[in-house]
Design a protein around this ligand. Structure first.
Ligand code: PLP
Length: 408
C-alpha cells in the first residue's frame, strides 16, 4: 500500500475540552439531553418505525411553522441546503427574483437565485435597518418578480425584519411567491406561515430549534406546492428536488438515505417545543434576550442595532475601542469556557439567544465572562451593574408556567 496509516492521530478525548464549552454564539447552540440522546441512535431509514417518526415530525413541524396544510420536507444538510432547496424549487431559471438584502445570509439567497440563472434584483436595505414595506412595494411594482427572498432575522448583523408580515402581504398582492429564511428565528419569535401568506419557510437544526447542525426543514405553502408540481423542467439539483424528496417524506419510499439520527434528534427538538408551547417559548426568549440586553447596556456596552430594527434571537455588541473582537473571544473561551461569536465585518461580537441559550444560568455565566474578560483586557466596564440589571430585568417578567413537563 502506498499510503500509510497517518501518525500522530490522538483520540477525540485528547482534542475536546474536558468540560464542553458553553456555546453562546450565533450557532450551533447547546442541545437538550433528549436531543443529544436521540442523535446517538441509528434505525432503518425506511419501514414502520421511521414512517411513524416522519408522521410526527411533519405534524409537529406544522405547529412550529404555523401551517395547516404546508408541505413539510426535511433536508440532510445545513440551513443553506434548505435555503437552496426552497430557491431551486420555486425559482425557474430565467424568471425574476427580488432579494431583500440586509446582510450576509439574505445576500446568500440572492446568490443562490443568481446561480440558478434567475434575473435577480437586489434591494439593499440601508445598514442597521429593517426593510420597509413601502420600499419593497416600490420594487415589486417596478420589477414584477415571481419570487421574493427575505430573512426574518439577519444573524450576521443582528437586524430583524420586523415588517415581514406586511411585506409578505404586499408580495401576495403582486402575485409573488415569498421565501423566508427563518433559520435563527423559527420558534424563538412569532412567524405564522399561513396567516402571513408565506410560501416557503426555511430553518436549520442548530439555531432556533436548538437541535444539531446538518438536518434542516423546509415548509412549502399549497400555492408553492402547486407551482412545484406544475413545473415541467428538470431541476438542476437532484438531492434538493422537492418532488423527489416528497417520495421519502410523503410516500414512504427511497430518495436518498435519510439522516436518521438527525431526524430522530429533530423529532425530539420539535417535541420539546410542542411541550413548552410556542407562546411560552417566545416569552422565554423575549425575557432572556431583553434581560441580556439590559445587562450589557448597564455594564456600559453599546448594542449594535437600534431597538426598532434589533433582533432578539442574536444580540450584537460593539467591541469597546482599543479591544479586538478576536482577542476578546479567545480570552472568554480560554479563561471562562464560554464561546460567543465574532462577526463578518464590523467590530462586533454576538451572543445568541436561541433555544437552550435562553436559560438564566447561561445568561449570568455569559455576562460575567464577557464583562470580566473585557476588564482583563483593559476596558472599564461595570460588571456588577450589568449583572444587577440582568437579574432585575429577568425578575420583571413572570416566570413561565413551570419548566417543560416531561413526557412519560
Ligand atoms: C446560520 C444561518 C444560515 C445558514 O445556516 P447553515 O446551517 O450555516 O448553512 C442561513 N440563514 C440564517 C438567517 C442563519 O442564521
Amino acid at each position: 500500500m502506498q499510503v500509510s496509516v497517518p501518525k500522530h492521530i490522538v483520540p477525540l478525548d485528547n482534542i475536546l475540552p474536558e468540560e464542553p464549552l458553553l456555546m453562546m454564539g450565533a450557532g450551533p447552540v447547546p442541545v437538550p439531553a433528549r436531543v443529544a440522546a436521540a442523535n446517538a441512535i441509528v434505525i432503518n431509514h425506511l419501514g414502520d418505525t421511521m414512517s411513524q417518526v416522519i408522521e410526527q415530525v411533519k405534524a409537529m413541524s406544522r405547529y412550529v411553522f404555523q401551517t395547516e396544510k404546508g408541505q413539510i420536507l426535511g433536508v440532510a444538510g445545513p440551513g443553506s441546503a434548505a435555503m437552496e432547496m426552497a430557491v431551486a424549487n420555486l425559482v425557474v431559471p430565467g424568471s425574476k427574483v427580488l432579494s431583500v438584502i440586509n446582510g450576509f445570509f439574505s445576500g446568500r439567497l440572492a446568490e443562490m437565485a443568481q446561480r440558478l440563472g434567475a434575473d435577480v434584483t437586489r434591494l439593499e436595505v440601508a445598514e442597521g435597518q429593517a426593510a420597509q414595506a413601502e420600499e419593497v412595494e416600490r420594487y415589486l411594482r417596478l420589477h414584477r418578480p415571481q419570487v421574493l427572498t427575505i430573512v426574518q432575522g439577519e444573524t450576521s448583523n443582528t437586524i430583524c425584519n420586523k415588517h415581514l408580515q406586511a411585506i409578505a402581504r404586499i408580495a401576495r398582492e403582486y402575485d409573488c411567491l415569498v421565501i423566508v429564511d427563518a433559520v435563527c428565528t423559527l420558534s424563538t419569535m412569532p412567524l405564522e406561515m399561513d396567516a402571513w401568506g408565506i410560501d416557503a419557510v426555511i430553518t436549520g437544526g442548530q439555531k432556533g430549534l436548538s437541535c444539531i447542525p446538518g438536518i434542516s426543514l423546509v415548509a412549502f405553502s399549497e400555492r408553492a406546492w402547486q407551482h412545484i408540481s406544475a413545473r415541467t423542467d428538470t431541476l438542476r439539483h437532484w438531492c434538493l428536488d422537492a418532488k423527489l424528496a416528497d417520495k421519502f417524506w410523503y410516500q414512504k419510499s427511497y430518495h436518498y438515505t435519510a439522516p436518521v439520527s438527525g431526524i430522530l434528534a429533530i423529532h425530539e427538538a420539535l417535541r420539546l417545543i410542542c411541550i413548552e408551547t410556542l407562546e411560552s417559548r417566545f416569552e422565554r426568549h423575549l425575557r432572556c434576550s431583553l434581560a441580556l440586553q439590559a445587562g450589557l447596556e448597564s455594564m456600559g456596552l453599546k448594542l449594535f442595532v437600534a431597538p426598532s430594527s434589533r433582533l432578539n434571537s442574536v444580540v450584537g455588541i460593539e467591541v469597546p475601542n482599543g479591544i479586538e473582537g478576536k482577542q476578546l473571544l479567545s480570552y472568554m473561551s480560554q479563561r471562562y469556557r464560554v464561546e460567543i461569536s465574532g462577526s463578518f465585518g464590523a467590530n462586533i461580537v454576538r451572543i445568541g439567544q436561541m433555544g437552550e441559550q435562553c436559560r438564566s444560568h447561561n445568561l449570568f455565566r455569559t455576562l460575567h465572562a464577557l464583562g470580566s474578560s473585557l476588564r482583563a483586557l483593559g476596558s472599564d466596564v461595570d460588571v456588577p451593574a450589568g449583572v444587577a440589571a440582568l437579574e432585575a430585568t429577568l425578575d420583571k417578567f413572570e416566570f413561565p408556567p413551570a419548566s417543560p413537563r416531561q413526557i412519560a
